[in-house]
Design a protein around this ligand. Structure first.
Ligand SMILES: *[C@@H]1O[C@H](CO)[C@@H](O)[C@H](O)[C@H]1NC(C)=O
Ligand SMILES: *[C@@H]1O[C@H](CO)[C@@H](O)[C@H](O)[C@H]1NC(C)=O
Ligand SMILES: *[C@@H]1O[C@H](CO)[C@@H](O)[C@H](O)[C@H]1NC(C)=O
Ligand SMILES: *[C@@H]1O[C@H](CO)[C@@H](O)[C@H](O)[C@H]1NC(C)=O
Ligand SMILES: *[C@@H]1O[C@H](CO)[C@@H](O)[C@H](O)[C@H]1NC(C)=O
Length: 658
C-alpha cells in the first residue's frame, strides 16, 4: 500500500490568509539590495541575504513595499535591537536561522505586524521573555530549535493569538511555565530533545489540544512517577495520530526506556487511588468535549490549507507512518499487527528512523530483515516470540542507537548477534530466558551505555562480560546470581551511574566479599534497591552492605597468620589495595592490616629510631613543632613503602599505640 500522507510541515507552509501573489514571469518593480539576491518564487517576492556576513539587521538598509520573505540565514548577528525591523514592516517571513543570536531586546520585532513565519533555529538564545515577541500579532509559525533555551516566561506568547506551529526541539527547557499556552491554539508543538520531566494538566496541557494535530515529546528525561499520570491520561484522550513517537521514561530506573503509554497506572502511582487521580486531571467534563473537536479537526481535509503538493511517504502495509517535521525522518509504527516475519514489511519505507514492531508474533530475526533500514536509530522488537537471532542480524544498522528485545524467548547472547552495531547506546533484554552470555558479547559496541538484563535466568557473567564498553547503567535485577566477581566483570564498570542488583539469591559467603567491597565504593545513589542475602541462613534477609566482612567470611579473621585457601582471595587483595588508595572505608580486612603494619613498623621503627637520633643530634636547637616535622620526614624516608600519606597516618597511630 502506498500512502500519500501530507508532509506536516507543508501545512505550516500554507498561508491561512491570502497574500497578494505575483506571477513568476512578472516584472519585479521592487529593487533588490546588494549583496543579496532577489526572485519571485511561488508568487512571492524573496530576498536572499544568506551567508553575507551581516552583523546587524540595520545593515539591510532597504525598504520594500510589497510583501516579501527575507532570508538572513548563516550571517553573524548576535543581537536583535529595539525596533530593528521597523523598516522591514512588509515582511511575511524572516529567517534568522544559523546566526549567533544570544539576545533579543524588548521590542526588537516592533512593526512586523504581518509577519507570519519567524525562524530562529540554530542560534544561541537562552530565554524567551514576556517582551521578546512583542509586535508579532500575525505570527503563525515560530521555529527556534537547536538553541539553548533554558527559560520561557509565562507571558512570552500571550500576544501571539494566531500562533499555530511552535518548534522548540533540541533546547534545554526544563519546565514549561503555567499558562504559557493560554492565548494560543497550537496545531503543532515540537518539544523533543529538551529537559522536561513532566507536563502537568493544570496550567499546561489544559491549553493544548483544542486544535492539536501533532505533538512531539520524545527525548526528554520523563520521570515516570505519580505526577506523570496527568500526561498519560491526557495522551489517552488526544487522537492516536497526534502524538508522534514515544514518551520514553528516563526515571525511575526500572522503567527506563519504557513507553509511558504502555505502563500501567498502578505501576506509576502505586499509592494513590484512582479517584484522586481523576481530581488531578481537573474537571472531568472539560477534556471530554475537546476530544471531539480535535477529531473533527484531524479529519479536516488538510489539502485545503496547503500550497505544495504532498510528499509521498512509503509506508509498509498495516503500519502507520509519521514524518517528523524537521529532519524528515519517518517513524514507522507496526505495533500489534500480527506480523510473523520482518520480511512481510512491504513496501520498504525510505529514511525510516524509528521502527516499532512490538507486540507481534515474530520468532526469528534474519540478517536479510534489515537490508533496507540502514537509517534506523531505534528498533523496537519487544514482546514478540523471538528465540533466534541470526549472527550479524543487525549488521546493516550502523546508525542504530536503541534496540529493544525485551519480552522475548532469547536464551543466549553472543558477540555475533551484535556485530555492526557500532552506534548502539541502549540495549533492552529484560524478560527473556537468557541463561548464558558469551564472553565479549558486548565488546563490539563501544558506545553502549545501558544494558537491561533484568528478569532473566542468569547465574553467571563471563569474564570480560563488559570489557570494551563504558556502561553507565546496568540492570541485573531478578536473576539467579549468587555472587559476581569483581575481577574480570565488575571492574570494567568504572563509569557506572546506576546498577540494580535487587532480587537475586545472593550467597553471602567468602566469595561475595569483593562484590561487597566494590559496592561500598559506590555511592548509595548508584546502587538501585537492596542487595539482600538469601543464603547462608544467618545472613538471610540482610543487606550485603550491612554485614561485616568477618561475619560473611570468618576465614578472614582466623586465617591471618598462615596461608589460608580463601576463595576469591586474589580479588580481595588487588581490590583491597585499590580501595585503600581510593581512601575506601574498611577496605583491607583488619587482621591483614594489623599484621602487615606490625611487621613493617617494627622494622620502620628501628630504622627510624636510628635516623631520628641522627637528625636530632644535628638539629638540637629547632623548636619542637618544627622538629616533629623533621621527624616525620625522616620516618617517611625510611618508610618509602607507604606511598600514600593517609597510610602513614594509620601507621603513626599504630606506632603510638605500641
Ligand atoms: C545595530 O543596529 C542598532 C540599530 O538598529 C544600533 O543601535 C546598534 O548600535 C548596532 N550595533 C552594531 C554592533 O552595529
Ligand atoms: C510575564 O507575564 C505574565 C503574565 O502575562 C506574568 O504573570 C509574569 O509575572 C511576567 N513575568 C515577568 C518576568 O515579567
Ligand atoms: C520468514 O522469512 C524467512 C526468511 O525470509 C522464511 O524462510 C520463512 O519461511 C518466513 N516465515 C514465515 C512464517 O513467513
Ligand atoms: C532493498 O533495497 C535494494 C536496493 O538497495 C533493492 O534491490 C531491494 O529490492 C530492496 N528490498 C526491499 C524488500 O524493498
Ligand atoms: C554458598 O557458598 C558456599 C561457599 O562457597 C557454598 O558451600 C554453598 O553451597 C553456597 N550456597 C548456595 C545456595 O549455592
Amino acid at each position: 500500500m502506498m500512502l500519500w500522507v501530507t508532509l506536516l510541515s507543508t501545512i505550516a507552509l500554507g498561508w491561512t490568509t491570502p497574500i497578494p501573489l505575483l506571477e513568476d514571469s512578472e516584472e519585479i518593480d521592487e529593487p533588490c539590495f546588494e549583496p543579496c539576491y532577489c526572485e519571485v518564487k511561488e508568487g512571492i517576492f524573496h530576498i536572499h541575504c544568506d551567508s553575507k556576513g551581516f552583523t546587524n539587521v540595520s545593515q539591510i538598509a532597504q525598504i520594500w513595499n510589497r510583501p516579501f520573505k527575507l532570508n538572513l540565514q548563516r550571517n553573524s548577528m548576535r543581537k536583535l535591537y529595539f525596533n530593528s525591523f521597523l523598516h522591514l514592516n512588509n515582511a511575511i517571513s524572516i529567517n534568522l536561522g544559523n546566526n549567533a543570536l544570544q539576545d533579543i531586546h524588548a521590542g526588537a520585532f516592533n512593526g512586523l505586524g504581518i509577519l507570519k513565519r519567524l525562524f530562529l533555529h540554530e542560534n544561541k538564545l537562552e530565554v524567551f521573555r514576556n517582551d521578546t515577541f512583542l509586535g508579532l500579532e500575525s505570527l503563525e509559525y515560530l521555529q527556534a530549535d537547536y538553541n539553548v533555551i533554558k527559560r520561557i516566561e509565562s507571558g512570552a506568547f500571550r500576544h501571539l493569538h494566531k500562533l499555530r506551529v511552535l518548534i522548540l526541539n533540541d533546547n534545554l527547557i526544563p519546565v514549561l511555565p503555567n499558562y504559557l499556552f493560554r492565548s494560543v491554539s497550537l496545531t503543532h508543538l515540537d518539544l523533543r530533545g529538551n529537559r522536561l520531566k513532566t507536563l502537568p494538566y493544570k496550567g499546561t496541557l489544559e491549553y493544548v489540544g483544542r486544535s492539536l494535530m501533532e505533538i512531539q515529546l520524545e527525548e526528554n528525561p520523563w520521570n515516570c512517577v505519580c505526577e506523570i499520570v496527568q500526561l498519560k491520561t491526557w495522551l489517552e484522550r488526544i487522537p492516536y495520530t497526534a502524538l508522534v513517537g514515544e514518551i520514553t521514561c528516563e526515571y525511575p530506573f526500572h522503567l527506563h526506556g519504557k513507553d509511558l503509554r504502555e505502563i500501567k497506572r498502578g505501576e506509576l502511582c502505586p499509592l494513590k487511588n484512582p479517584s484522586s487521580l481523576r481530581r488531578d486531571l481537573g474537571p472531568q467534563e472539560s477534556p471530554q468535549p475537546r476530544v471531539a473537536s480535535i477529531q473533527v479537526l484531524t479529519s479536516h481535509p488538510l489539502l485545503v490549507i496547503q500550497t505544495r503538493p504532498p510528499i509521498p511517504i512509503i509506508c509498509p502495509a498495516r503500519c502507520i507512518c509519521n514524518l517528523h517535521i524537521n529532519d524528515l525522518g519517518l517513524t514507522v509504527n507496526c505495533k500489534e499487527k500480527s506480523f510473523h516475519n520482518i520480511s512481510e514489511l512491504l513496501p520498504r519505507p525510505l529514511n525510516a528512523k524509528k521502527l516499532y514492531l512490538s507486540g507481534n508474533l515474530i520468532q526469528k530475526i534474519y540478517r536479510s530483515d534489515f537490508w533496507n533500514f540502514s537509517s534506523l536509530d531505534l528498533l523496537h522488537l519487544g514482546n514478540n516470540r523471538i528465540s533466534y537471532v541470526q549472527e550479524g542480524a543487525f549488521i546493516n544498522l550502523p546508525n542504530l542507537k536503541s534496540l529493544y528485545l525485551n519480552g522475548n524467548d532469547i536464551e543466549r547472547l553472543t558477540p555475533g548477534m551484535f556485530r555492526g552495531l557500532q552506534m548502539l547506546s541502549y540495549l533492552y533484554f529484560e524478560y527473556n530466558v537468557i541463561r548464558e552470555i558469551q564472553p565479549n558479547s558486548f565488546a563490539l559496541m563501544p558506545n553502549l551505555q545501558l544494558v537491561f538484563l533484568n528478569d532473566n535466568l542468569l547465574r553467571f557473567l563471563p569474564n570480560d562480560a563488559f570489557a570494551g564498553t563504558n556502561l553507565a547503567r546496568l540492570n541485573l535485577r531478578n536473576n539467579y546470581f549468587l555472587s559476581l566477581p569483581v575481577r574480570g566483570v565488575l571492574e570494567h564498570l568504572s563509569s557506572i551511574v546506576q546498577i540494580d542488583l535487587h532480587q537475586n539469591p545472593w550467597n553471602c559467603t567468602c566469595d561475595i566479599v569483593p562484590l561487597k567491597q566494590w559496592l561500598e565504593k559506590l555511592s548509595s545513589v548508584i546502587v538501585v534497591g537492596d542487595v539482600i542475602c538469601k543464603t547462608p541462613e544467618f545472613a538471610f534477609g540482610k543487606d550485603l552492605r550491612s554485614l561485616e566482612p568477618e561475619v560473611i567470611c570468618p576465614e578472614l579473621k582466623s586465617s591471618s597468620g598462615s596461608n589460608p585457601v580463601l576463595p576469591g582471595r586474589e580479588d580481595l587483595n588487588t581490590e583491597g589495595s585499590k580501595l585503600s588508595e581510593a581512601g575506601g572505608r574498611g577496605a583491607v580486612p583488619l587482621s591483614v592490616l594489623i599484621l602487615s603494619l606490625l611487621i613493617l613498623f617494627i622494622s620502620a621503627v628501628f630504622l627510624a629510631a636510628g635516623f631520628f637520633a641522627f637528625v636530632l643530634r644535628r638539629r638540637k636547637n629547632l623548636p619542637f613543632r618544627k622538629r616533629s616535622e623533621v621527624d616525620l620526614t625522616g620516618i617517611q624516608m625510611q618508610c618509602r613503602i607507604f606511598e600514600d600519606p593517609r597510610e602513614l597516618d594509620v601507621s603513626l597511630t599504630f606506632f603510638f599505640l605500641l
